[in-house]
Ligand binder design. Structure first.
Ligand code: BG6
Length: 477
């Protein structure tokens, strides 16, 4: 598939946060400037084309586009359609046909569902029932995350989607895959044999992956009550990073070959028992000097909510490469620092030559820190002789920082470009979503203690109990 001619880009949820923060700027920079492609926003509000054009203009200006250019782009490109109350799409189909004829479009259509997870199924079914899954050009369906809220709902959603759309038409978004530094995990691994040769159980002691946010749940209480940290980040963003860290080299660098390898990793992960999961919820606290209210006081959140805003797990990949190497994953909202990082701890030397005292080895394990955001880059911690003292060893970092290379593009810019080009490599395949839920859905029904942690901390200290005795999470400070 490829970007052949103009497209009608239908955005369901066009008045929502995602559309204004991410989609309009990405569409502005990726839609071909001269081919007449249009964006048709769909939502429930009683708005006009001019209203949505104003929203689009404001969103472009906020993203740094000059006022005049933003107004002109929105006027030429953006239209609005009010969704029917009963969910039917007959009038949408008529509007699409009219716009395609008036603007002499090529008949290519994208349906982008920037909607809450419970709204995906009815819209997909309505599109299919009305025959909108086929057109004179190509048709692509984009579904935001989370894809399903547990294994059953993910399966049902896949079945329904496949009733109307071929898998080759379906683009499930996990925007972490659009991040340059997440893609760099593959480049890092498969172009640097020096690391790949030791990327296995013989050399690696453990792997930790953290997605920590300083953001609290803010205005998204209703959404978050449905997903919690497990549905929102653990089974999606964290799992995607995990599969890229752990997968085998694919036979070819192409969408299905890569996704096959990712699925194999997920299938090799042992079921996660209750003792390997720690969950928490933030109470009140402060972040960067500003007070933050407890999760339970957020709009749309039940006063006695037991939805976790923090989750940590230990898991094992039962395959030849990783047998015996623990992987530790954690994520939390309202934490003390924004950080997405993979830390690989290598095995210590088999014999210690350098001691501070008779039983006190001064050599540390080598560590590789792959920082995906912010301060994108990596650091390899190695041991050198400390010139200041006999027999003393000191850890020093060898560092690389991405900002030495270029400005990093926004993930949505990359993903929408690929979507227009018909490249599914950075989108999640149906079986991946089900395998991820197969792993994490059981944890949703565990009767786990919910540890409260103050907003602005590193989450509940109980998460340390997953790690080897006496160790702490190896975040680079
Ligand atoms: C979204 C989650 O998918 O990712 C949000 O729904 C989270 O809860 C966001 O804040 C984090 O994205 P980023 O790109 O800021 O790390």
């Amino acid at each position: 598939m490829s970007r052949s001619g103009s497209v009608l880009f239908v955005v369901y949820g066009a008045t929502g946060d995602l559309a204004s923060r991410r989609l309009f700027p990405a569409l502005h920079s990726t839609l071909d400037a001269d081919d007449g492609s249009l964006v048709l926003g769909v939502a429930k509000g009683d708005l006009t084309d001019a209203d949505l054009q104003q929203t689009a203009t404001a969103s472009l200006v906020a993203a740094g586009v000059a006022d005049g250019a933003a107004v002109e782009w929105a006027r030429r490109r953006v239209r609005y359609h009010r969704a029917a109350e009963d969910g039917s799409v007959g009038s949408l189909a008529d509007r699409i046909a009219r716009l395609e004829a008036e603007h002499d479009l090529a008949g290519n259509r994208i349906f982008y569902l920037a909607l809450p997870p419970t709204a995906f199924a009815p819209v997909i079914d309505a599109l299919g029932t009305a025959g909108l899954h086929r057109a004179s050009g190509w048709v692509r369906l984009v579904v935001e995350k989370p894809f399903g809220l547990d294994l059953d709902s993910a399966r049902r959603l896949n079945d329904l989607t496949h009733r109307w759309f071929d898998e080759g038409q379906v683009y499930r978004i996990d925007h972490y895959l659009g991040k340059e530094t997440v893609q760099n995990l593959l480049v890092f691994r498969f172009t640097n044999p020096v690391f790949e040769a030791s990327w296995n159980r013989s050399s690696i002691d453990r792997v930790e992956i953290t997605v920590a946010e300083t953001l609290d749940v803010g205005t998204r209480g209703r959404f978050y009550e449905l997903t919690g940290a497990i549905g929102d980040i653990l089974q999606s963003h964290l799992t995607q990073v995990l599969t890229l860290v752990a997968m085998e080299p694919p036979p070819a660098f192409e969408a299905n070959a890569i996704r096959d390898e990712k699925v194999k990793v997920l299938r090799s992960i042992r079921g996660i028992p209750e003792r390997a999961v720690v969950v928490g919820q933030y109470g009140e606290g402060s972040i960067e000097g500003a007070p933050v209210a407890a999760y339970r006081s957020t709009d749309g959140v039940a006063e006695d909510s037991r939805v976790p805003t923090f989750a940590a797990v230990r898991l094992w990949i039962d395959n030849w490469r990783w047998q015996g190497v623990p992987f530790y994953l954690r994520t939390g909202k309202a934490m003390s620092r924004r950080l997405t990082e993979v830390v690989v701890t290598f095995r210590p030397p088999p014999i210690c030559f350098f001691h501070a005292g008779p039983d006190d080895c001064v050599t540390h394990s080598n560590r590789l820190f792959l920082t995906l955001q912010p301060d994108e880059g990596f650091a390899l911690h190695i041991e050198v002789k400390d010139p200041a003292a006999d027999n003393a060893v000191r850890t020093i970092p060898l560092r690389f920082s991405y900002d030495e290379l270029a400005q990093i593009p926004d993930a949505y810019h990359t993903l929408i470009g690929d979507l227009l080009d018909g490249d599914q490599t950075l989108f999640v395949r149906g079986d991946e979503t089900e395998e991820a839920w197969r792993l994490f859905a059981p944890t949703l029904s565990y009767d786990l203690p919910l540890h409260e942690y103050p907003a602005g901390s590193w989450g509940p200290p109980e998460a340390n109990r997953l790690l080897p005795d006496g160790t702490d999470w190896a975040t680079m400070r």
